[in-house]
Design a protein around this ligand. Sequence first.
Ligand SMILES: Cc1cc2nc3c(=O)[nH]c(=O)nc-3n(C[C@H](O)[C@H](O)[C@H](O)COP(=O)(O)OP(=O)(O)OC[C@H]3O[C@@H](n4cnc5c(N)ncnc54)[C@H](O)[C@@H]3O)c2cc1C
Length: 364
Amino acid sequence: MSGTIPDLLRAPIPAFSFEFFPPKSDAAEDQLWEAVRRVEQVRPAFVSVTYGAGGSTQDRTVRITERISQETQLVALGHLTCVNASVADLRAVIGQYAAAGVHDILALRGDPPGGDLQAAWHAHPDGLVYAEELVALITELGDFTVGVAAFPDVHPESPTAAHDIDVLVRKADAGASFAVTQMVFDADTYLRLRDAVAARRDLPITPGLMPVTNYRQIARMAELMGTPLPEAVIARVQPLADDGPALRAEGVAIATELGERMLAEGAPGLHFITMNRSTATLEVLRNLTGQEPGDLLEGFAAPSSSLGPVSAPRPTHRCPDGTLRQVTGGWRFCPWCGAAFGCSAHRSAPPAGAGGAVTTDERA
Ligand SMILES: Cc1cc2nc3c(=O)[nH]c(=O)nc-3n(C[C@H](O)[C@H](O)[C@H](O)COP(=O)(O)OP(=O)(O)OC[C@H]3O[C@@H](n4cnc5c(N)ncnc54)[C@H](O)[C@@H]3O)c2cc1C
């Protein structure tokens, strides 16, 4: 078993990942790198940077993704959309990703340019219409691992949930080997989609999770995405809209509850949407992994003068068969041999029947 993203998503322990967006200024980019640096310390399965519609934003996405791949220990998942792109343009970006060592690509159709997500989407005259075609293009071009988007609350342009499931099956048949969902606020919608797809294809689907830290921002995002916040969530966060600390605490609590439920029901991991500030998501992660409060504080306390990502040594672990593995993700057990990790953050017993080597892993 190798350590590809789908492998990590099939491992018996949750694979956590983090999503950033391309910053618009140098100052915002400093903030992004600080967040990346914090996240690097918790050894996620992968991180990704969203892909905008404009040329300069796209360049930033590709440049930052390349830098994450080359200068950190993180696995970088490159987002790519069909928006405003001919097939030749898409081939060029795929080539750029490959040259930078980015072999994991999230193949997306993309949203209509201009910020109006309700606007009609038009393909480039020499481009692609559906993400499914981009999946096929990427897989045809080389040895890539391709992920796709999934929509537990039904994509705004889809007529039915059943249609969305058919689309995911088509994307799997075109070569996608995992999916990541739009942000989830109702665990049941995720579980329904996950189970319906599982009945037809072996496609791990990781739920997207974003703690509410700014009520108006998230309500607007949810509305634009066509997936309004559930009443139960609104009832908890709307009254706190003007009380930043209380809202943040409630947002972290809600995300923790959702994450707990979905992981307990067998979600392969969680994909945290960070808005380039990692602290709330790291707090959720800390709540979920049961680590002692101190275990992640080092991550929270990254120096504000940080200019770029650090390259912490990736922890290694020797399985009983003698193979040296690089360990990543929020793991309490080795996904290959099942050994429990020996540091204070990994106290639980290995799964039944697992091998027993004590490891050198020290995921913070
Ligand atoms: C995890 C995640 C990350 C994202 N990252 C980005 C990003 O970086 N940049 C960005 O611009 N957007 C991003 N998005 C948003 C996404 O691009 C939009 O939601 C877009 O509208 C749909 O993209 P898709 O890849 O699902 O498209 P598709 O799978 O092509 O689906 C688009 C619509 O067409 C329908 N459809 C698809 N295939 C067929 C078919 N064969 N026949 C008939 N109908 C079909 C679908 O049901 C859907 O309604 C992301 C979404 C998610 C969930």
